[in-house]
Every structure is written in structure tokens, then in C-alpha cells.
Write a protein that binds this ligand. Structure first.
Ligand SMILES: Cc1cc2nc3c(=O)[nH]c(=O)nc-3n(C[C@H](O)[C@H](O)[C@H](O)COP(=O)(O)OP(=O)(O)OC[C@H]3O[C@@H](n4cnc5c(N)ncnc54)[C@H](O)[C@@H]3O)c2cc1C
Length: 396
């Protein structure tokens, strides 16, 4: 493994940093902005269009599909800097760039690629992912949302839940049961593309613990979806989704960069702040907690680099992806705890409170940190995968 970046890659990093300096308000994110809260979404859209015009959003895709055909390393540099500097919307909703596009490149028809990839890469169309249902989360293959083949369409009925960004999405990535008669529940599932404006699709907000409108529940009542929107083969959707999930779980570098930014903010805060006459930066407990976080974030970054390096060699990341997801989410949760501890009772003040330190971001982080432990597959499920695929332990 070569840890150095090439001079061209280093020059690209500088170009990205220059763009950020020119285009991002320096205090963006300091108010705890959440990318899908509607009050912030206009800015998110503007940034996506600017990045799309530079062809950076999906720069590792082939030129004919809106990319620049560059290496995953260069794209990783973009993702690392955009996560550190909190540029919102670089995934075009949830998964548009990270797994919808890459899976379409592998499995999509020419027509699907032509229709969906260029607007994604240009920062114009927003996506959401609809796998989870009230009775199918970790056990995703238990899903019941039905797609009944009828002529050249599927008629879809059922419910999805926890659909991140569903309220801002133009298109959705939907898993439905197309054959309920199969003995093996992993069979009989199909993957469809859905125009979110289709009659019969209803989106209802779910407000999360921290008060943000991030996810939704989606209802399908006789929604007609053209068979031209089927991904890959009918009833093979489970296997196609496993490919999409391997793309989804490879975002370690961005997670490390986002965590590093929050840590840097806490370190700055510690350097500037005295509580009850004591400078925070001299408190041995806080110093060790911050150092511990720095160690973990560096480890996440290295495993994240390893995933991308494997991708450049055409290999599929194995246990690195669940390792990085588990470690990153637990480090972020730990950081939220450290942040609130550093501030004492002030750490409980909510976003926008006048007396709060860091605009109340510690409390917001504390409430939001549980999300990532559960999202993308819970950490118990990630540990099951590591035990089975990484350690060779038998399936339970
Ligand atoms: C912030 C956020 C965003 C999300 N975004 C999306 C989205 O955009 N699209 C989407 O489809 N879904 C989304 N989800 C849903 C997410 O994928 C599910 O919540 C997750 O897979 C867990 O499913 P569940 O909530 O039904 O919990 P359950 O599966 O009911 O799990 C309950 C508990 O049991 C544990 N458990 C379950 N099975 C096992 C097992 N075999 N071994 C050990 N422990 C087990 C779990 O770890 C968990 O602690 C999101 C969730 C969150 C929190």
C-alpha cells in the first residue's frame, strides 16, 4: 500500500480547497445545519449544481455518463475535503452518487444509464433509498411491499420507513416483493427506480430525536411503475442490492474527515475556553479524551484509504467496510459524549440557545449520534458480518 498522493492528486486537493474558500460560507455548519431541512435545502441545491458543473460529484464515472473518468483516489480526495468542510448534498440525496450511480453502471440498461447518470453527475436530480419497512429492517429480506407485474408495469402497494431525504428526492431506489410464493425469502425480490411524483406515492415526514426532518415514511397505493425501471433481473433484487450495499458501506474516508472536523472544533473550543476558572485545555481528563478520539479517527481514515485502494485494484472491499462503519459511528458517538462533558451543564443547551457553547452543537451531536449506529445496518449486524466473513465463524 502506497500512502503518498501523487503531485497531480495533491494539486487537485488544492483546487478543491480553493473552490471551498470561494464558495462555502466560512461559518456553514456552525449553526447545526442539516442538509435535508427544507430551510437549508436551497443552498444545498446551489452547491450541488456548482459541483456538478465542475464534474466533481461523480468524477470517477466514465465521461460518457457525466464523469471525468478519473481514479477513485481523486474522487476520494474530493469526498474527504467536502466532508471536512461540510459541503452539503454531495451524494445527491441519499445514495445517488455513492450507490445508485455505481450500481446502474454495472447493472443498468443503456436507456437507464442515459436517463439517470448525467443528471446525477450534474447535480440536478436527487435520490432516496427505500429498503426498510416497519417489519423489515435488519432482516431486510422480510420485506412485504408488493410489486405485482401487470402488462408492462408493476403495481406497487405497501409501506417503506426511515427513508432519508425522501421529501427532497426526485427519484427513489425501491426494493419490492415481486414473488411472494418462494420458499427462500431472499428470492422473489426486485429492485425498481421510482419517480417520486408517481400518483399513489405519499411521503410523510418523520422528525428525528434532534428535531430535524431527515427521514420519512413512504406509502404506495396502486402506484404504477414501468417495467423499464426494473434494475437487473426480476426476482434477483436481493443480489443486486448486495452490490449496492457494498458501495454504500465504503464511505470511511468521508466519515473520518467529518469526525476530524468536529474534533478540530472541540480542540479549538478547549484552547479558548475556561470553565469555573479552569482552562479546559489543561484538564487531564479532557486532553486524554480528545487524544483518544484523534487516535480512533486516524485509524478510521487508514481503513477508509485501504477500501479505496482496494477499489483501484478492482477488488471489492470485504470486512473493511463493516469495520470502518462500526468504528466511525462509535467514535462519533463517543465524541458527542466528550463534547457534552467538556461543557458541563451548558452541553445540554439546544441549537440556537443564546447561552450555549458552539451554538448548541454538542447537544445536537449527542442526539444525532445514535442515528449512525443504526443507519446503513446496525452495528450488531456489522459485527455479525465481521464475525462471519472476517473471522470465519459459523452463521448463527
Ligand atoms: C438515520 C437513519 C437513516 C436511515 N435511512 C434509511 C434510508 O434512507 N432507507 C432505508 O431503507 N432505511 C433507512 N434507515 C433504516 C435502517 O437501515 C434500519 O433502521 C436498520 O437497518 C435497523 O432496522 P430496524 O430499525 O427495523 O431495527 P431492527 O432490525 O428491528 O433491530 C432492533 C435491534 O435488534 C438488533 N438486531 C436485529 N437483528 C439482529 C441480529 N441478527 N443479531 C444481533 N442483533 C440484531 C439490532 O441491531 C437493533 O439493535 C435509516 C435509519 C437511520 C437511523
Amino acid at each position: 500500500m502506497d500512502f503518498r498522493f501523487t503531485p497531480e492528486e495533491e494539486a487537485f486537493r488544492k483546487e478543491v480547497l480553493q473552490f471551498i474558500k470561494e464558495e462555502m460560507p466560512p461559518d456553514y455548519g456552525e449553526g447545526g445545519e442539516s442538509q435535508f431541512d427544507l430551510e437549508h435545502f436551497e443552498f444545498t441545491k446551489r452547491m450541488a449544481r456548482k459541483l456538478g458543473a465542475k464534474k466533481w460529484l461523480a468524477m470517477n464515472w466514465p465521461e460518457e455518463h457525466g464523469g471525468l473518468g478519473v481514479s477513485p483516489i481523486k474522487h476520494m480526495i474530493f469526498k474527504e475535503e467536502s466532508a471536512y468542510h461540510r459541503i452539503p448534498g454531495t451524494d445527491m440525496g441519499v445514495g445517488g452518487i455513492s450507490w445508485v450511480g455505481p450500481t446502474l453502471l454495472l447493472l443498468g440498461t443503456e436507456e437507464q444509464k442515459k436517463k439517470h447518470l448525467p443528471p446525477l453527475a450534474a447535480g440536478e436530480k436527487w435520490w432516496c433509498t427505500m429498503y426498510s419497512e416497519p417489519e423489515a429492517g435488519s432482516d431486510m429480506a422480510a420485506l412485504q411491499c408488493r410489486g405485482v407485474a401487470h402488462g408492462d408495469e408493476y403495481i406497487v402497494n405497501g409501506q417503506k420507513v426511515w427513508t432519508s431525504g425522501g421529501h427532497i428526492a426526485d427519484w427513489g431506489w425501491l426494493l419490492v416483493r415481486t414473488d411472494p410464493t418462494v420458499a427462500n425469502k431472499h428470492h422473489g425480490i426486485s429492485l425498481l427506480l421510482v419517480d417520486m411524483k408517481t400518483p399513489g406515492v405519499t411521503i410523510r415526514p418523520l422528525i428525528n430525536l434532534a428535531g430535524h426532518h431527515y427521514f420519512n415514511e413512504i406509502f404506495f397505493d396502486d402506484a404504477h411503475i414501468s417495467k423499464a425501471n426494473l434494475i437487473g433481473e426480476e426476482n434477483r433484487g436481493w443480489y443486486h442490492t448486495m452490490i449496492a450495499l457494498s458501495f454504500e458501506r465504503s464511505g470511511g474516508v468521508a466519515m473520518a474527515a467529518g469526525a476530524r472536523r468536529s474534533l478540530d472544533d472541540l480542540v479549538e473550543f478547549a484552547k479558548k475556553t475556561t470553565i469555573n476558572g479552569k482552562p479546559l485545555a489543561k484538564d487531564p481528563f479532557i486532553r486524554h479524551q480528545l487524544a483518544e478520539l484523534a487516535i480512533e479517527i486516524e485509524a478510521i481514515r487508514m481503513v477508509g484509504y485501504r477500501i479505496i485502494w482496494k477499489q483501484t485494484k478492482g477488488e471489492i472491499p470485504g470486512v473493511e467496510a463493516p469495520i470502518v462503519k462500526t468504528l466511525a459511528s462509535e467514535t462519533i458517538q463517543k465524541m458527542a459524549k466528550v463534547a457534552t462533558q467538556m461543557m458541563g451543564l451548558y452541553g445540554q443547551l439546544s441549537l440556537g440557545s443564546k447561552q450555549a457553547f458552539l451554538n448548541g452543537r454538542a447537544a445536537d451531536m449527542y442526539l444525532s449520534a445514535n442515528n449512525i449506529i443504526v443507519a446503513m445496518g446496525t452495528n450488531e449486524i456489522q459485527r455479525n458480518i465481521i464475525a462471519q466473513r472476517g473471522l470465519g465463524l459459523p452463521r448463527t
